[in-house]
Design a protein around this ligand. Structure first.
Ligand SMILES: Cc1cc2nc3c(=O)[nH]c(=O)nc-3n(C[C@H](O)[C@H](O)[C@H](O)COP(=O)(O)O)c2cc1C
Length: 152
């Protein structure tokens, strides 16, 4: 099976750590969207898309990449993220938009993984060292690997 993981991690490298764990299990290259030719996706069977959550959504470069993709057929996708806050229905439902964009392109979205990541964005938390310092931790990365085994 041909695999690829597209990942954007701008804050503390939190999502990159998760992406690396997943990529290792599914034997994929881990790439930034801006450094990936959309044509490469034609050769892949399974593609992962991940980033931190910024202002309630995945990084815009992930959406830009998907926008540039040709329509696909018979390909599977999964998504992954790290965030300060967990998913909260309606209020903080950050996976829905990305799932929809991928489905619209023709991907079958077969799963998603999310865990907390060290967050120093809100300055009042930054004063105290941020929230979720040390995450993703070993346990989070183990869960990411379990997820990767399940979808591959
Ligand atoms: C500009 C910015 C906006 C953020 N907005 C959110 C948000 O809306 N919800 C949330 O849960 N976390 C938010 N965070 C926290 C990040 O999602 C979290 O720290 C994540 O693990 C960062 O991943 P990264 O290190 O891979 O970039 C934000 C962080 C930054 C820098």
């Amino acid at each position: 099976m041909e695999t690829l993981v597209i990942c954007k991690s701008i804050h503390h490298g939190n999502t990159e750590a998760v992406g690396k764990s997943i990529a290792k299990v599914i034997e994929a290259d881990l790439r930034e969207p801006e450094r990936t030719d959309v044509e490469e996706v034609r050769e892949k069977d399974l593609v992962g898309f991940g980033s931190g959550i910024y202002h309630g959504s995945f990084h815009e470069s992930i959406f830009d990449f998907i926008e540039k993709l040709p329509e696909v057929e018979g390909k599977k996708a999964f998504i992954f993220s790290t965030s300060g806050l967990p998913k909260i229905p309606i209020f903080h439902d950050f996976e829905d938009e990305l799932k929809e964009k991928l489905t619209d392109k023709g991907f079958e979205v077969i799963g998603s993984f999310s865990c907390r990541g060290w967050d120093t964005y809100i300055s009042v938390f930054d004063f105290f060292g941020g929230i979720h310092k040390g995450r993703p931790n070993e346990g989070d990365l183990e869960e990411a690997k379990k997820f990767a085994k399940k979808i591959s």
